[in-house]
Design a protein around this ligand. Structure first.
Ligand code: SF4
Ligand code: SF4
Length: 377
């Protein structure tokens, strides 16, 4: 990336430049489907208060052969030499760990290079037998753990079905994964009034061995002015320390801030759903992403078709693409539309009832990111 160019050799600089060009093209979705999310199950052993799966009471399971078939299709698409990603999602995918690892082994046998094929799972971090560690290492999978910023914030929302708190278990899992050499990331949800000390939390995650922090503000709830102020302070502090780490050449990523420190990426052209990303539901329906699949009380929005034919419904795909800043009416008069990465059709739908209009909180938080980018990067 551009921030570290002074300290690398010519060969590395060239390789970074090629990566930047490819990444920039990916942002414009020119390579077709490069990421696929496999939704292995609706079931979960937790009952998080803000979970999109809460209103669903079904218990669907994706059959192993369906998962392998989807992976085979995915890997046969447009054999351009760029990185692809397979992501296991749920519910709690570790409830299906045997099938998940069988699918991962199938994919890894087809593409042994982790640089060419990323395989990862998003998990609540409460189910981690020792045998899983070996299989993560064997398949070169990475793990994204959902954990909120600090014990209080986490235990407020993220509890087992019997009401017991989960923070200590999840934190132990993160340490165990990182110490074992499994590439581990965390995804803290940022909720009004429950930001804890975000900067300390991010530093603690990095100290324990997490290599990526995916900050996820919740857009579907109202943020009062005090919570927004607190969010801005917290994100500014994290942005400042992230910039310092980057200048020191540390290999830590906070993707939320990356397009400010690598401006050659340019603005993302709307969301990836349906253009470079698809999600497969347990019964084989195709959606733009896992969040589209679980939106609308679990019924999903803008279903793109089914893996029985893999034909994509172009009208639904266009509706997803129409949520970019160039298309949405609300964005036409916005002062930061040149900067904003656009809205999330799934969050839009679940907040305001239509995928075609961003909720107020989304725009308020984009303005915060804009001010941070102006002041720090
Ligand atoms: S901040 Fe809101 S209105 Fe402005 S460009 Fe982004 S989504 Fe559109
Ligand atoms: S922006 Fe929303 S709809 Fe688009 S890929 Fe991301 S989560 Fe899915």
């Amino acid at each position: 990336m551009s921030y570290n160019r002074e300290s690398v050799s010519d060969g590395e600089a060239l390789s970074q430049l090629v990566d930047q060009i490819v990444h920039s093209l990916e942002m414009r979705h020119v390579f077709g489907i490069t990421s696929m999310e496999l939704f292995l199950t609706d079931s979960c052993n937790m009952d998080c208060s803000y979970c999109f799966e809460r209103c669903r009471n079904t218990s669907r399971l994706m059959p192993l052969e369906m998962g392998k078939g989807a992976i085979a299709w995915f890997l046969s698409q447009r054999p351009v030499p760029i990185r692809r990603d397979i992501l296991f999602f749920g519910g709690e995918p570790m409830l299906r760990s045997d099938d998940m690892f069988a699918m991962a082994e199938f994919a890894r046998a087809a593409q042994p290079s982790p640089d060419r094929l990323g395989i990862s799972v998003t998990t609540n971090g409460t189910i981690l037998p020792d045998s899983a560690i070996d299989r993560f290492l064997e398949t070169e999978m990475s793990v994204l753990i959902s954990i909120d910023p600090g014990k209080k914030a986490h235990n407020e929302h993220r509890r087992f079905r019997n009401g017991k708190p989960t923070y200590d278990i999840v934190w132990r899992s993160l340490g165990k994964l990182a110490r074992s050499g499994v590439r581990s990331s965390v995804r803290p949800t940022l909720y009004p009034g429950l930001l804890g000390d975000l900067e300390d939390f991010v530093c603690a995650c990095v100290d324990i061995g997490a290599t990526e922090i995916v900050l996820g503000p919740v857009y579907g709830v109202p943020w009062d002015s005090e919570s927004l102020e607190r969010l801005e302070e917290a994100l500014t502090a994290v942005g400042r320390i992230y910039y310092k780490w980057l200048k020191e050449g540390r290999r830590i990523r906070i993707p939320t801030f990356d397009r400010y420190v690598a401006p050659s990426d340019g603005p993302r052209r709307g969301c990836s759903a349906g253009r470079s990303l698809v999600a497969i539901a347990p019964e084989g329906d195709l959606f733009g992403c896992a969040k589209c699949l679980t939106a609308n009380g679990g019924k999903g929005i803008h279903c793109l078709g089914s893996i029985s034919s893999w034909a994509i419904d172009q009208e639904q795909k266009q509706l997803l693409a129409n949520c970019g800043t160039k298309q949405l009416e609300k964005c036409k008069s916005c002062t930061i539309s040149h900067f904003c990465s656009g809205s999330c059709p799934a969050a839009n739908h679940d907040s305001v009832g239509t995928s075609q209009e961003p909720p107020l909180a989304h725009c308020q938080i984009q303005h915060i990111f804009y001010r941070i980018a102006q002041s720090l990067f």
